[in-house]
Design a protein around this ligand. Structure first.
Ligand SMILES: [Zn+2]
Length: 342
């Protein structure tokens, strides 16, 4: 088995294959856009390292345990909801439920912005390092969305990263490389996952039975991410209807009512989807891509560019936790406004 079944990323697989025979190597930092196979690759690499046959057969008990995240020598650390101050015991049920969403083959969950990697998870991990791996010869540690470590957590991890145990393989994953502290970045070997090409994604979608029209539509949304393409197949309107109708038919009954009615947990995703939607319309208009979109295409080129420009600014504001109402107000008025952003 091994990497054959994962889409694209041959260069990454070559690099990892060189590592599999080495007794020790630096902590690895997988980075690249969401939904292009970082976690799948990391878990497959863990199977290769922990499978007694040495090839990640995918079938033996150990490989199965890795894919279900139950292998005793596989540690997985991921962002968790903030813990209420009065709560002494950890909410194990929630942790377990969230954890299953990272299993091999599971679709990556959308993680709310306020979920962070908890300091106590890093503490547990570092104290575990004193012991040998329980079974097998290696221990694999996956830190998902590593940029969600606050300073205390990343400081606590530094020493362990600096003096890696020869029997422990660290893999940090992030889609936002620049958000990781420089101290962490400098102690890892970065491995970049390039976006998948439209051809790779199309080939995969045809193989699992989609027709040409569906594939062209999904590609207009995929942007190098297989996950985005598959999400689109399950939900062809990944942008909330209220937002869409605002974006395309600028007549507005009551902006303020709408602000109160919109219940969106992830604005980052919506803003990103809108940027990509407008961008794919531009690409199509210039004849660069043969996409199909299910959305109206009534904007002038200038209007499309102005909207992309505005949304890109908004995207960086979102990183700084702009007040929700204020954000929604400027977001919705921008969609309404014809023409250029001031
Ligand atoms: Zn196996």
């Amino acid at each position: 088995m091994g990497f054959e079944n994962i889409l694209g990323n041959e260069k990454v697989f070559e690099q990892l294959n060189r590592f599999r025979t080495k007794s020790a190597f630096p902590p690895l930092l997988f980075w690249g856009r969401p939904g292009i196979g970082k976690r799948t690759t990391a878990l497959t690499f863990a199977q290769i390292l922990l499978c007694p046959k040495g090839d990640g057969c995918g079938l033996c008990r150990f490989c199965q345990e890795v894919s279900q995240l139950t292998h005793p020598d596989l540690r997985i650390i991921f962002p968790l909801p903030p813990r209420p101050n009065n709560e002494k015991e950890r909410d194990l049920e929630t942790i377990w439920r969230l954890r299953q969403k990272y299993a091999l083959g599971a679709t990556r969950p959308l993680i709310p912005k306020n979920y962070l990697i908890h300091l106590e998870d890093i503490h547990d991990l570092t104290s575990e390092m004193r012991f040998k791996p329980l079974s097998g010869k290696k221990r694999v540690v996956l830190i998902i969305d590593a940029e969600r470590m606050r300073q205390e957590a990343s400081n606590a991890l530094l020493k362990t990263l600096e003096e890696p145990q020869p029997d422990t393989v660290f893999i940090l994953l992030t889609s936002r490389f620049s958000f990781l502290p420089a101290t962490i970045r400098s102690r890892c070997l970065p491995i970049y996952f390039p976006p998948l090409t439209d051809e790779m994604i199309a080939e995969y979608l045809y193989k699992i039975g989609y027709d040409e029209m569906a594939v062209k539509r999904a590609l207009s949304f995929a942007y190098g991410s297989l996950r985005r393409a598959l999400d689109f197949m399950n939900n062809p309107f990944p942008i909330p209807e209220e937002v869409l109708s605002l974006a395309f038919s600028p007549s507005i009954p009551s902006l303020l009512t709408l602000i109160d009615e919109l219940r969106l947990t992830d604005w980052t995703e919506t803003v990103e989807n809108l940027i990509l939607l407008f961008h794919s319309q531009l690409l199509k208009r210039f004849g660069l891509k043969d996409y199909e979109t299910s959305y109206p295409e009534g904007f002038t080129t200038e209007e499309l560019i102005a909207r992309i420009d505005f949304l890109l600014h908004l995207q960086s504001d979102l990183e700084y936790n702009l007040n929700r109402r204020l954000f929604l107000f400027s977001f919705l008025t921008a969609l309404l406004r014809k023409g250029k952003r001031k």
